[in-house]
Write a protein that binds this ligand. Sequence first.
Ligand code: FAD
Ligand code: SF4
Length: 524
Amino acid sequence: MSAGQRLIVVLGDQLDRRGPLLDDLDAARDTVWMTEAVAEAERGPVHQQRLVLFFSAMRHLRDELHARGITVRYRCIEEAPVGAPDQGLADHLRTDIGQLQPETVVMMEAGDWAIEQDLQDAVHESGVALDWRRDSHFLASRASFARWAEGRKSLTLEYFYRSMRKRHAVLMEGDQPAGGAWNFDKDNRAAFGRDGPGELPPHPRFEPDATTREVIDRVVERYADHPGDARDFNQPVTPDQAIEALDDFIRHRLPWFGTWQDAIWVGDPLLYHARLSTSLNLHLLDPRDCLERAQAAYRAGDAPLNAVEGFVRQILGWREFIRGIYWLKMPDYADGNALDHHEPLPSFYWDGETDMACVADAMGAVLRYGYAHHIQRLMVLGLFAQLYGAHPYAFHEWHMALYLDAVDWVSLPNALGMSQFGDGGVVGTKPYCASGAYIGRMSNACAQCRYDPRQATGERACPFTTLYWEFLDRHEARLGQNRRLQFQYRNLHRKSDAQRAAIREQATRLRAQLAADADSRGRG
Ligand code: FAD
Ligand code: SF4
């Protein structure tokens, strides 16, 4: 490359055409650098559709750039030797800087602390100038979140969320929240009655085009033994498709999103959920578009306030909060293991084979779609891992492998933090621990299960209920004084010593059974 030439690094989750990486492209001097992360794909059993999503979305951007006359240095999986470990992204970048000799490398804040460090190191080592850009996809910058967090004893979503509503004038009437309240959570916890959700609006279909079909074929060829089926892939891979998915959600599901946000119904994991997280996290969809369209639906009287506020809370509140926490706390955050949990995940986290109806249902969704909705993630799969005592980082790694929307910045605080309490109370002030009774209230799973959520011991004891009491018992020294767990501990204290001993024995038998299952399925 000659004087003034730039190498612009675009990662698989930085595909925003209007973002800071691509908004000043100059075909005369720029080469865009994109590499399919084969090393990551081959580190373990990654969901096939996750690979299709990232590689297909990247190839669509590559082809658009080609069509605009931009040079793209694109490395695809077909180029990586089969069976031999591929180099990581940073090594590939080192090689290409050496070959192309750009004057400047342009990079943007990444979604993964370790990748960001490695890529920056690669550029610094090469002696080439680095043009570093802030990721404007997010409404809160890393620095503004750090300013908000400074001096606070605890980081509470609710206060952050209110400050974001005010700063960005979202659902505000002057300086007051629309409808006179910040929070409609109490309206958003309904469960479906015995008759279930009835007919649900179908989720949109995105027929794979030639580019996606090509990736599907390569993934099936190369990763046939990975979980999931690439041929079932049905996700947006371009900004136009992402906007189509958003419009479909706003029109057909947003009005009911709030009310049924926490409900579970066996056999239907999608319900009224947005299913927009893959598009958002690959930056195919701008969160501002989500906020604008949701508010427009409210103003037009097409969606009630509890639904719109619930959605805004997820996008402007939780999503931005989680990212802020990640960058504030990394890299130490990844080592968090406040409950000192060390078990590997039971084998059903990989193959879905279990007689627990709620887990089998949630795992069915994960294997089929690379998706489960929030309550299945938190209060079924996450809850079981936590009560069981799984290592919080192992749970995060599992999440990164099997969910299409997982990127380190969002999976780690949700999986290790919110769900496993590995951070000791940064994301939430107490562990999300509950017995099978919670699942019984929020779903129809227990009615079809061989276990009984009310029983902690005996032949029909629900594993969640057994492990719930044993969890409280085991962690009494650590958690017994937590103000928000007082009700639960008072109930534990009503149990006799003999009952507590029987629960401990039942839990020991259950763990031994799950460990034996893992051994027999080669996952011990
Ligand atoms: P909806 O329920 O329809 O919500 C709308 C949007 O709000 C989502 O698309 C998402 O962008 C945003 N959102 C909602 N809650 C959160 C949250 N807690 N953190 C960040 N964004 C949020 N979300 C991810 O995007 N990637 C992950 O890897 C991820 N890992 C999770 C792991 C666990 C254990 C838990 C409990 C939650 C995790 N979440 C993650 C958050 C949430 O469950 C998903 O964003 C949501 O289920 C995605 O489905 P949806 O688009 O249908 O979301
Ligand atoms: Fe899940 Fe227990 Fe209910 Fe069975 S009884 S579905 S294991 S909560």
